[in-house]
Design a protein around this ligand. Structure first.
Ligand code: 6GU
Length: 239
């Protein structure tokens, strides 16, 4: 059976969207994965198919009703064994470890929020994980869901070339990648770092490692601290 993405959303036309192109699109055509949507609106209540209501306790915005969300979830018939994920800026940050876990299983069920959010009782009672893709605010969970799916699909067997596993490994070793250069050797007066033209593979590997470490230290002090801690066998705050 292929890896199955099930997306509960008010905007089903946004899927597969950009994932219908390029490598993910090819994999979709080849049945490596599938993308089903469940339109939350179809489970709305009354003549206006209302999916939301005002928040208890007052305040701005509207909240997705738990009964409506649950009806949509039930309609997906997504197995209880597949992870349920609600995309929200309140969630824990999505990490490559999560992506690996999702990709290794049978699929994911993604709930895309709009408005202020989804009734917390539904999320708790139905075992829905809450995940964010970064510290900025999107207008809805749909684009975040596309990001999550892109990250998963590229890990599915046969989606990317054999070089893929290596590329993934270089991030999971905890450092940002070294910079890349190609022809021409001189462009607009700018030269390629000399070591890369030396043919000295050991020297190139050392240079790339040093570049990866320097870039990580400058741009991602959080990753750098974690990397140092791991390198030092997690002896606390030694460096
Ligand atoms: Cl998952 N949803 C929304 N609406 N905004 C976000 C996000 C998710 N992750 C970061 N910002």
């Amino acid at each position: 059976m292929s890896w199955q993405a099930t997306v509960v959303t008010l905007f089903p036309d946004m899927f597969p969207g950009p994932l219908g192109q390029s490598l993910a699109g090819r994999a979709l055509e080849n049945g490596v994965w599938s993308c089903r949507t469940e339109d939350l609106r179809e489970h709305g209540l009354g003549r206006h198919r209302a999916v939301d209501d005002t928040p208890f306790g007052g305040g701005a915005g509207m909240v997705i009703r738990p009964d409506v969300a649950d009806a949509a979830l039930a309609a997906t018939q997504a197995g209880a064994n597949i992870p349920r994920v609600y995309l929200t800026p309140r969630g824990r940050p999505l990490a490559q470890a999560d992506v690996r876990r999702y990709a290794a299983g049978p699929g994911v069920m993604l709930l895309c929020g709009r408005f202020e959010g989804v009734d917390e009782r539904f999320l708790q009672a139905r075992g829905v994980e809450q995940v964010s893709i970064g510290d900025y605010v999107l207008s809805g969970g749909e684009t975040a869901a596309l990001v999550l799916l892109d990250a998963c699909v590229r890990l599915l067997p046969g989606v990317m070339g054999s070089e893929q596993s290596g590329v993934e490994e270089s991030f999971s070793d905890g450092l940002l990648e070294y910079p890349h250069y190609t022809r021409p050797a001189v462009w607009d007066g700018h030269e390629v770092p000399e070591v890369l033209l030396s043919g000295n593979h050991a020297a190139i590997a050392r240079w790339r490692q040093a570049q990866a470490e320097e870039t990580t230290r400058e741009r991602r002090p959080d990753l750098w601290s974690a990397w140092l801690a791991r390198k030092n066998g997690n002896r606390t705050e030694a460096v």
